[in-house]
Ligand binder design. Structure first.
Ligand code: KG4
Ligand code: ZN
Length: 353
């Protein structure tokens, strides 16, 4: 079965083809039009998706060495995301599927991230096997979930305010870094001292030991943002410039250690021996190293996608559609297109027969 996946939920226009269960192409175009605004401008994003989607889809099909008539199914992100941006990819995908007379599968963007460590890109790829803890960290979401054997899942923790990627982007903006600041902080931090200043690590108290896990696996990053702002205001610009690498490393350390501690604590609490980390922030080199070390220490298997599959891409959309179809998912005609898609327990399972 050949599945075309389309992703347009934010500022990446992407199309990928899953050829008989293996990724045949994954074309990604990152929008540059937002740089001077310090964040993504929704209307500009929608227009840019509209301008590029035809050529991106054509490239994905051509690179996969097939023709459109050899496609069996088309999948697209149906949310969460910038609603105008989502609609461009979704309407295009539905229209194309209708014209070709093949089924259309709506895919939840965050669920696609959750399973992106299992994208079948090579013969050695691993299939997802629950139970495992999924840490999904992107620009808009920070979620800890318990994924079961049947791949249904429960969200066990989430951010109460900013997402981890947002914490990188907003503190980076305070340092005068370009959007998205996450990768820039990552680069600067490589030669900085993570213990230069101890920025707060919120919600990491000993409450982990309380009998109910509710609330223990939630995150909060808005305090870090305020702390960075007040710290920067107290120091002269020249001092900040001299220590930019150290400040970046200290901010990164605060974010990464909270994510690592909570993911490992969740694995131990639920007696699972595997963790998957996904979403744009999973491209962060310090997070990858910290998770590898912590998992090795606790005898936990770590699943983490290649960096190209960490940030937004259509391969994860086509792959999750393939996984859902292989498990007997039926086409849903009454799906919601939602900027804030819900994470009801077992959302994936709910779409299965
Ligand atoms: O998953 P993603 O591409 O889009 C969303 O679904 O939001 O994630 C984008 C986020 C941005 O906040 C970006 O700064 C962050 O991922 N990011 C990183 C790195 N690469 C991307 N954060 C830290 N270090 C990185 N290397
Ligand atoms: Zn994403």
């Amino acid at each position: 079965m050949n599945i075309l996946g389309i992703e347009t939920s934010c500022d990446e226009t992407s199309a990928a083809v899953l050829l008989d269960g293996r990724i045949g192409s994954n074309v990604i175009s990152s929008q540059r039009c937002h740089t001077s605004f310090g964040g993504v401008v929704p209307e500009l994003a929608s227009r840019e998706h509209e301008r590029t989607i035809v050529s991106i889809v054509n490239s994905a099909v051509t690179e996969a060495n097939i023709t459109k008539n050899e496609l069996d199914c088309i999948a697209a992100t149906a949310g969460p995301g910038l609603i105008g941006a989502v609609m461009v990819g979704l309407c295009f995908a539905e229209g194309m599927a209708f014209a070709l007379g093949i089924p259309f599968v709506p895919v939840n963007h965050i669920e696609a991230h959750m399973f992106s460590a299992f994208i079948p890109e090579s013969p050695e790829h691993r299939s997802p096997e629950g139970p495992f803890i999924s840490l999904t960290v992107s620009g808009g979401h920070t979620l800890l979930s318990l994924v079961r054997e049947d791949l249904s899942y429960d969200v066990i923790g989430k951010t109460l305010d900013d997402a981890a990627g947002e914490a990188f982007d907003k503190t980076g903006k305070m340092l005068g870094l370009a959007y998205p600041a996450g990768p820039v902080i990552d680069r600067l931090a490589a030669s900085g001292n993570p213990h230069f200043h101890a920025f707060p690590k919120a919600l990491t108290s000993s409450s982990q030991t309380s009998r109910s896990y509710r609330g223990n696996f939630d995150f909060s990053f808005s305090g870090l943002k305020t702390s960075v702002l007040t710290w920067l205001q107290k120091h002269p610009a020249e001092f900040i410039q001299t220590h930019l690498h150290d400040i970046a490393a200290s901010i990164q350390y605060a974010i990464v250690s909270v994510l690592t501690e909570k993911a490992v604590a969740a694995a131990r609490y639920f007696h699972t021996d595997a963790i998957s980390v996904a979403g744009g922030v999973s491209a962060n080199s310090a997070l990858r190293t910290a998770m590898q070390e912590a998992c090795r220490h606790h005898g936990i298997r770590l699943y983490i996608p290649g960096t190209v599959y960490s940030t937004d891409n259509a391969a994860m959309i086509a792959s999750l559609a393939g996984l859902m179809l292989s498990k007997g998912a039926v086409r849903k005609n009454n799906y919601d297109v939602a900027p804030f898609a819900s994470f009801a327990a077992g959302a994936i399972k709910a779409s299965l027969k």
